[in-house]
Design a protein around this ligand. Structure first.
Ligand SMILES: NC(=O)c1ccc[n+]([C@@H]2O[C@H](COP(=O)([O-])OP(=O)(O)OC[C@H]3O[C@@H](n4cnc5c(N)ncnc54)[C@H](OP(=O)(O)O)[C@@H]3O)[C@@H](O)[C@H]2O)c1
Length: 242
């Protein structure tokens, strides 16, 4: 059985990724940080729709200490793929950014994914082939004012994925980043409608992405036939910025 662990499954993009992977025959760990009810309901719904696959809700705060991360990984059933679709941002000038928030962004977006990757590697490389996909951002390739810390976390993920992919390529573990532009999810709900309209006007395709514009590429990278693409960042931005 092919099982994927989807971190951030309860987010706007994570939900689309779970729906696509479930339809493609994957069993899933449906991860949340706080939103247990959502993870549970998603897993229940997919279990009813695809009764031959497993859907397991699971909770982990990426601000957890190292020992908790180790315990989390040691308790997992075998997985063939891991998708890191969790993430946070904070809109502020660096000079007025809350320092604890800087720690949180870097932990949730970059440091804990790196640590979990190292912990998961011995499990993943037992398989004939395995996959890791991180959700990056166009701001990882072209930094954004007011989101400098977020931009640095996403840029760090891109270089990490490129470097790490070279360590594990011979074990048939591919490691890639799918980097969206602006997606119609809760992450952008703090922005005023006029600001979102301005962004939309800058996107050559003429609209924000929906979750399934992004999940298509994640599902494709998890496919058995995607074994020769590794260490790459794929920008899925409707032609915006990159
Ligand atoms: N939306 C966009 O326009 C956009 C653009 C480019 C890149 N991205 C990237 O795409 C990914 C998904 O974004 P989204 O729009 O789907 O975000 P979202 O709807 O805000 O969902 C965020 C997800 O991250 C999880 N999360 C939050 N805090 C966490 C923590 N402390 N530990 C572990 N998980 C935590 C949330 O879990 P709970 O539900 O349990 O809180 C939720 O599953 C992120 O990496 C984001 O940076 C998004």
């Amino acid at each position: 059985m092919q099982r994927a662990l989807v971190f951030g499954a309860t987010g706007g993009i994570g939900q689309a990724i779970c729906a696509d992977l479930a339809q493609a025959g994957w069993s899933l760990y449906v991860h949340c940080s706080q939103n247990w009810q959502k993870a549970y309901t998603m897993a229940e719904g997919m279990s009813q729709k695809y009764p031959d696959q497993d859907f397991i809700p699971i909770k982990l705060d990426f601000l957890a200490k190292n020992d908790e991360l180790k315990k989390f990984v040691n308790n997992l059933l075998p997985v063939n793929a891991v998708v890191f679709a969790q993430g946070i941002t904070d809109y502020n000038f660096v000079s007025s950014q809350n320092m604890a928030k800087i720690d949180d962004i870097l932990h949730i977006n970059l440091l804990t994914p790196i640590k979990l990757t190292g912990l998961l590697e011995p499990h993943l490389i037992k398989n004939d082939y395995s996959r890791i996909v991180y959700l990056g951002s166009v701001y990882g390739g072209s930094g954004s004012a007011m989101e400098a810390v977020y931009s640095s976390s996403k840029s760090g993920l891109e270089r990490f994925a490129q470097a790490y992919s070279r360590e594990v390529a011979s074990a048939n573990l591919t490691v890639n980043v799918v980097a969206p532009g602006a997606v119609n999810t809760a992450m952008n709900s703090v922005l005023a409608p006029e600001a979102m309209e301005e962004v939309r006007g800058e996107i050559p395709v003429g609209r924000l992405a929906e979750g399934n514009d992004i999940s298509y590429w994640v599902r494709t990278l998890l496919d058995v036939h995607s074994g020769y693409l590794t260490g790459q960042t794929i920008y899925v931005s409707g032609g915006w910025l990159i």
